[in-house]
Design a protein around this ligand. Structure first.
Ligand SMILES: *[C@@H]1O[C@H](CO)[C@@H](O)[C@H](O)[C@H]1NC(C)=O
Ligand SMILES: *[C@@H]1O[C@H](CO)[C@@H](O)[C@H](O)[C@H]1NC(C)=O
Ligand SMILES: *[C@@H]1O[C@H](CO)[C@@H](O)[C@H](O)[C@H]1NC(C)=O
Ligand SMILES: *[C@@H]1O[C@H](CO)[C@@H](O)[C@H](O)[C@H]1NC(C)=O
Ligand SMILES: *[C@@H]1O[C@H](CO)[C@@H](O)[C@H](O)[C@H]1NC(C)=O
Ligand SMILES: *[C@@H]1O[C@H](CO)[C@@H](O)[C@H](O)[C@H]1NC(C)=O
Ligand SMILES: [Zn+2]
Length: 518
């Protein structure tokens, strides 16, 4: 990487040059330079250098008028959704006219997602748990586990009650709706009083992992696996997302008779469902997988994982596009701990793109906090979150110069207790600086969100503030295609499709009869 580096001074050099173009470089700026400096700031903002068509200018006028009204309303009532916890803000967001427009907007690609949290959990409750042969056990800490089996499963998970056949169990309940609601809470982090339920990052990560286990018990059942994925693609397409990339553990998928399927079976299933989905919905560009392992594993397990990842990427280059590690970053090993294993592909001359989660932490100066820089030194293609990057100007400079984007997931960062008020999200400064980034949803199912629009809302209203305009949204969508792992040809095709959808979207906003009064 450093071989290609022309020097960390480049971005600094660019700045005075722009000032010079605006003829303010010779002396300390004065009040006379105010307009020029404001223009410069606007130009540097994400999307600030995109030109607008006449139609886009008209749509922007409408959008910004509504946006200013909603921000003013938030100031007046003291209820500004990005400043509130998402669990409380969600209903307000759904009433927002900006949100309505964002839902209609073609958002491009969702690049940071996880296998067991793609589709809203209501589907799991209403569909998966109602299938025959579903057993349930109740954990001591308020969690549940599921297993599909012909007979009561032999082993009970640690600290779980006896297995009960759910069909029978439901029959003796007085209020099934209430019970199903409790299952929904088990499968998500959603709760009425999050501050009380989740007093610390460790507590919420414990619950998070518990919910993932419960969801994976259901999703890893072969008859659920494919339908779940199909329905997830539908949820994203309905939200006007045309392509997704997601981290997947490729855990064994099981049959009713106990047969376990291997990783290749899951990959083929993902391929098969995607192909079928694209046949049913030709406006969907596809789905790709970033093979992932828990960051808690040890060096010898990582070595095995590296060889497996190389093998899978070589065998399924169109589907398995790279490698990552998942789990609570503060509680796992730092990237540097795995440096010998992570160098195996390079040393073997085998390509294996990395898509590392890095900097999902509030602790500065710990070994985990070095992950952002190390991810870049290991040639990561994108940075998952990169939440801490502002504390590492060198890493920030490399990320910017070599176009390694951050995958910003606002709702996830808030729910998992990195930041409370999303106006204070570190991406605010990065967006003002036009830093390469994409917006994603991480685990929408766990947070009670759907698709990508809720995170776009938080990014547009909270992180971008009133500076974010239609061009910002356009840039974010275009970036998501640019920074995806699609082939060059597929990117061209996606851009074409996206531009067509964008034009339709502009017309839709102009034609909405509710704007007649404008
Ligand atoms: C899921 O369950 C709902 C409610 O029972 C039903 O309307 C829907 O068709 C089911 N969807 C699938 C994909 O099975
Ligand atoms: C999970 O479901 C069980 C069974 O209804 C319930 O007792 C428990 O409170 C639920 N857990 C949460 C976190 O809501
Ligand atoms: C069952 O519980 C739901 C949710 O708590 C509640 O709205 C409903 O009124 C209850 N139904 C009965 C018959 O008690
Ligand atoms: C188990 O079930 C699967 C799916 O129905 C079937 O393909 C397989 O042959 C079965 N295996 C055994 C050992 O019965
Ligand atoms: C790594 O973890 C595996 C599985 O837990 C264990 O069997 C192995 O002994 C560990 N290796 C080292 C070197 O600690
Ligand atoms: C990263 O890329 C550079 C330049 O292509 C190369 O020299 C270096 O070995 C790569 N590092 C790793 C860890 O793959
Ligand atoms: Zn993630």
């Amino acid at each position: 990487m450093f071989g290609r580096m022309t020097g960390p001074w480049v971005t600094r050099a660019v700045f005075p040059m722009w000032l010079c173009l605006l003829a303010v470089c010779r002396s300390i700026p004065t009040l006379h330079d105010r307009d020029k400096l404001m223009t410069l700031e606007q130009f540097e903002f994400t999307g600030g250098n995109l030109l607008s068509t006449e139609k886009e200018i008209r749509v922007n006028d409408i959008l910004m008028k509504i946006k200013r009204e909603e921000v003013a309303e938030g100031m007046e009532t003291g209820k500004f959704p990005p400043a509130m916890h998402f669990f409380r803000a969600k209903q307000l967001i759904e009433q927002s006219r900006v949100f309505d427009i964002l839902r209609k907007m073609p958002k491009g690609a969702a690049l940071h997602l996880h296998d067991y949290a793609l589709l809203n959990a209501e589907w799991l409750v209403k569909n998966a748990t109602y299938l025959p042969n579903c057993y349930i056990c109740f954990g001591a800490a308020g969690g549940t586990r599921f297993h599909f089996s012909l007979r009561s499963p032999q082993k009970t998970p640690a600290k779980c009650s006896q297995w009960a056949l759910l069909e029978k169990y439901r029959r003796q309940l007085k209020n099934i709706t209430e019970f199903d609601n409790s299952l929904y809470r088990n499968l998500t982090l959603v709760t009425e009083n999050p501050e009380e339920a989740y007093p610390s990052q460790n507590v919420i990560w414990g619950r998070f992992e518990d919910s993932f286990k419960a969801a994976s018990d259901l999703i890893s059942y072969a008859p659920v696996f494919k339908t779940y994925f199909y329905e997830a693609l539908r949820e994203f397409l309905r939200d006007n997302v045309l392509y997704i990339e997601f981290r997947a553990l490729l855990h064994p998928v099981y049959e009713l008779n106990g047969t376990l399927h291997d990783k290749e079976w899951s990959i083929l299933a993902y391929q098969e469902v995607t192909t079928q989905f694209q046949r049913d919905y030709p406006d969907f560009m596809g789905a790709k997988v970033i093979f992932s392992v828990p960051r808690k594993i040890n060096n010898s397990e990582m070595k095995t994982a590296m060889y497996e990842a190389m093998k899978l990427h070589t065998k399924f280059p169109e589907t398995i596009v790279g490698f990552d590690m998942v789990g609570q970053e503060d509680a796992g090993h730092p990237l540097w701990y795995f440096k010998n294993e992570l160098l195996i592909p390079t040393e073997a001359g085998v390509s294996l793109p990395f898509f590392f989660h890095a900097g999902e932490t509030d602790f500065e100066g710990t070994s985990v906090d070095e992950n952002v820089l190390d991810a870049l030194l290991l040639n990561t293609s994108r940075i998952g979150h990169g939440y801490s990057i502002n504390k590492h100007p060198t890493a920030r400079r490399i990320s910017r110069e070599f176009n390694v984007p951050l995958e910003v997931c606002p709702i996830s960062n808030q729910v998992l207790l990195l930041v409370t008020d999303l106006r204070n999200h570190p991406a605010a400064g990065l967006m003002a600086d036009g830093h390469p980034m994409v917006i994603s949803a991480d685990d929408p199912a766990m947070f009670g969100a759907r698709g990508l629009s809720y995170d776009f809302y938080e990014a547009f209203m909270g992180i971008g503030g009133l500076k974010a305009e239609l061009t910002t949204l356009k840039q974010l969508a275009l970036s998501s295609i640019k920074y995806s792992a699609m082939s060059v040809e597929m990117k061209e095709e996606s851009i074409k499709l996206w531009l067509r959808k964008w034009d339709e979207f502009l017309d839709k906003v102009l034609n909405m009869s509710m704007w007649d009064e404008l």
